[in-house]
Design a binder for this molecule. Structure first.
Ligand code: AMP
Ligand code: GLY
Length: 420
């Protein structure tokens, strides 16, 4: 099979790494890719949010199967254009991608599916939103309805912060994404992520993970795209995962099918767990980044068969071969991230690191310049390891981190603390 992966981050490097190990993969192209991906696949620089461009590229390169990494091409309907052209694709339609692109849509689906989630109100007008906040009181959560690159959620511990968030959102701080807001009950508990493959009808869980959103050790400082992750997440026990499947995930898939917009792809459910019960925080319609890196490390080559089965609506007969192991990834980011940071600093020491089924450095924001690897983004490397225990995986990952010579970057030293 000739396979095309869309995206350029650590998530796509991990997907490419898993796919590349599967004997069914004859040729692998990643668009646009990065310097790490270029070591295992061809990279093509095309506009991946333009469905017409992607369809032409697929036809010219005799691609059999397309895997979409990030949410933007999904929300832009790239998977729809591919399906219309008769091309096999892993990733939801634009209509189904609304589960990530519109928070009010997700809440409405939860209502219809009777899935446990926070109580909420949906507003298109600042005065009504403020009246609701004053009535409910703090703590309370204010969310821009649309895609806001992970920045559109304000968890307000006091009423004034929530009211100010309304002014910001209706004042255009998040552009079109903030023209409508969802205001939610604040949920207490511990968060974990649950990843489920879907083919429109069947739900197949492929693992749990926990991310580290804050930039600083001890979960302090600004929010980021994620500074590290591990899998499995011990808080999401088999029993709670089954409750989430029965009460949240399967009812969502059934409701989407009933509406004529079946969900096919990976559903990434952010769950809040309290007193042994899960509630939905949000859905994403793609793999988490860096959560994908730990999932791929654990699944290996079978990941490609599973994604292919989802695209071909064969999940009912698919099976995950679980290894009873743990994986962890430590993100190395450019100094200054998530604020402004320099680009172009040289990274050394990568060649000497092991690269095998237990140790892998996935590249996120890297490029190649004069034969050297240089940083080109905020999150730059995902140093990933697998082990019989989380402690073993963690020790191995940090040993690799310490062997990387990159004065232009930093990392958190406490990834995995919650589980250890
Ligand atoms: P994201 O949409 O991924 O940027 O997530 C925002 C974060 O805000 C989540 O990961 C939670 O930590 C938090 N959050 C969102 N909704 C709620 C809620 N209803 N109660 C408590 N925390 C929330
Ligand atoms: N790591 C969080 C996300 O991918 O949304």
């Amino acid at each position: 099979m000739n396979i095309l992966i869309l995206g350029s981050g650590g998530r796509e490097h991990a997907l490419a790494w898993a796919v590349n190990q599967n004997p069914k993969c004859d040729k692998l192209i990643v668009a646009p890719g990065n310097a790490g991906i270029a070591q295992i696949a061809d990279c093509a620089s095309i506009d991946i949010e333009d469905g017409g461009v992607v369809v032409n590229f697929v036809e010219e390169n005799a691609i059999d199967f397309v895997i979409v990494g990030p949410e933007a091409p999904l929300a832009a309907g790239v998977a729809d254009r591919l399906r219309e052209a008769g091309i096999l694709v892993f990733g939801p339609s634009g209509a189904a991608a609304r589960l990530e692109a519109s928070k009010s849509f997700t809440k409405e689906i939860c209502d219809a599916a009777k899935a446990p989630t926070a109580a909420y109100g949906h507003f298109t007008d600042a005065d009504a939103a403020k009246a609701y906040i004053r009535k409910q009181g703090a703590p309370i959560v204010v969310k821009a309805d649309g895609l806001a690159a992970g920045k559109g959620v304000i968890v307000a511990m006091d009423e004034q912060t929530a009211l100010d968030a309304i002014d910001d959102m209706f004042g255009g701080a998040f552009g079109g994404a903030g023209a409508e807001v969802v205001i939610e009950e604040f949920m207490e508990g511990e968060e974990a992520s649950f990843f489920i493959l879907c083919d429109g009808k069947t739900a197949l869980p492929i693992g749990t993970a926990q991310d580290h959103k804050r930039v600083g050790e001890g979960d302090t400082g600004l929010n980021t795209g994620g500074m590290g992750a591990y899998s499995p997440a011990p808080v999401l026990t088999d029993e709670i995962a089954q409750m989430a499947l029965d009460q949240i995930i399967q009812p969502t898939i059934d409701e989407m099918a009933k509406r004529g917009t079946p969900y096919q792809g990976v559903l990434y459910a952010g769950l809040m767990i309290k007193d042994g019960k899960p509630r939905l925080v949000e859905y994403n319609v793609r793999f988490g980044d860096p959560e994908c890196q730990v999932l791929m490390m654990r699944l290996g080559a079978q990941a490609m068969d599973l994604l292919h089965a989802a695209a071909e609506e064969r999940l009912a007969e698919a099976q995950v071969n679980w290894a009873d192991d743990h994986a962890i990834t430590v993100v190395m980011a450019a100094n200054g991230y998530p604020g402004s940071y320099d680009k172009g600093s040289v990274i050394k020491g990568l060649d000497a690191l092991p690269e095998d089924s237990k140790n892998m450095v996935f590249h996120a924001g890297t490029g190649e310049k004069d034969g050297q690897i240089v940083a080109t983004g905020g999150r730059v490397l995902n140093v990933t390891a697998r082990g019989a225990s989380l402690q073993e995986a963690r020790d191995r990952a940090y040993a690799m981190v310490e062997a990387i010579d990159w004065p232009g970057g930093f990392y958190r030293r406490d990834i995995g603390w919650r589980a250890l």
